[in-house]
Design a protein around this ligand. Structure first.
Ligand SMILES: [Zn+2]
Length: 224
C-alpha cells in the first residue's frame, strides 16, 4: 500500500506529514486524519488528484453550487488522465463506482455531481469498468459538514449507514473497487460506502477523489 503514496506522506490518504508530530520510535509522522490509523476504516487508501485549495477548490464549488456542468467533463478527463498516468496503481481495480447521492423526494440536491462525473468517465477511461448504481443511497441524511466529530460519526453510523444498499452483491463480490468522490474530508462517508461494499463481498475498497484537504483543513479532535 505504501508504494502508492509519496514516501513522506500518509500511506492511507497521501497528505504530507512533514511538520506533524512523530510517533515514538518509528520516526513516522502521524496523519491528522484519525481514520488513517484505524484498522476499522474499511477502505485501504485514498488517491487524490490535488489539494482542496486554490483553483481546484474554486472549480469544485462552481460545479457543485453554481451547477456549471462543463466542469463534469473537465473533472472526468482529469480523473482519466490520473488513472492512465498511474496505471500500475490502478490495474488491480475491477470497478469504478461513484459515491452514491440521494436525489429523490426531500433531497437537498436534485442532481448528482459525482455521478455526472463518473458517468462521463465511460467515454474517457474505457479501460476501466464504470458501475454507477453498484451502491445506492436510498434516502436523505443529515449533513455532516460543520458538525463536531461525535455528531458526524453518529450520522455516519446511523442514518447514512441505513441509507446505503448494494442492489446486486454479485456485481461487487470478490472485486477491488475504486469509489470516486469530489472531496475527501476525513473519510467518514467513504468508510460507510466501503463498509457496505465489503459486506456485499468486495475484497478491497479504495477512494479516488478530486481533492483532499491540506492538513490545516482536517477536522481537529475535540470541540471546536
Ligand atoms: Zn492520512
Amino acid at each position: 500500500v505504501s508504494r502508492r503514496q509519496a514516501e513522506t506522506g500518509c500511506p492511507v490518504c497521501g497528505q504530507s506529514l512533514s511538520g506533524m508530530g512523530s510517533s515514538i520510535g518509528s520516526g513516522i509522522g502521524h496523519c491528522p486524519n484519525r481514520w488513517c490509523e484505524r484498522a476499522d476504516r474499511a477502505f485501504s487508501v485514498v488517491f487524490a488528484l490535488g489539494v482542496h485549495d486554490g483553483a481546484l477548490r474554486h472549480a469544485i464549488l462552481r460545479y457543485k453550487y453554481q451547477r456549471e456542468l462543463w466542469w463534469a467533463d473537465v473533472f472526468a478527463r482529469s480523473l482519466a488522465h490520473y488513472l492512465r498516468a498511474h496505471a500500475t496503481w490502478f490495474e488491480e481495480f475491477d470497478l469504478i463506482v461513484p459515491t452514491p447521492a440521494y436525489t429523490g423526494p426531500q433531497a437537498r440536491r436534485s442532481w448528482d455531481p459525482v455521478g455526472e462525473i463518473v458517468t462521463r468517465l465511460r467515454q474517457v477511461a474505457p479501460l476501466w469498468e464504470i458501475a454507477p448504481g453498484a451502491v445506492v443511497k436510498q434516502g436523505e441524511t443529515p449533513p455532516m459538514q460543520g458538525q463536531p466529530w461525535l455528531e458526524r460519526q453518529s450520522i455516519a453510523s446511523g442514518p447514512l449507514r441505513r441509507s446505503l444498499a448494494v442492489p446486486d452483491p454479485a456485481r461487487v463480490a470478490n472485486g477491488r473497487i475504486l469509489v470516486v468522490d469530489d472531496v475527501l474530508t476525513e473519510g467518514s462517508t467513504l468508510r460507510e460506502v466501503a463498509r457496505s461494499l465489503r459486506q456485499a463481498g468486495a475484497l478491497e475498497v479504495a477512494g479516488l477523489v478530486l481533492a483532499r484537504p491540506g492538513w490545516r483543513d482536517v477536522p481537529r479532535p475535540g470541540p471546536t
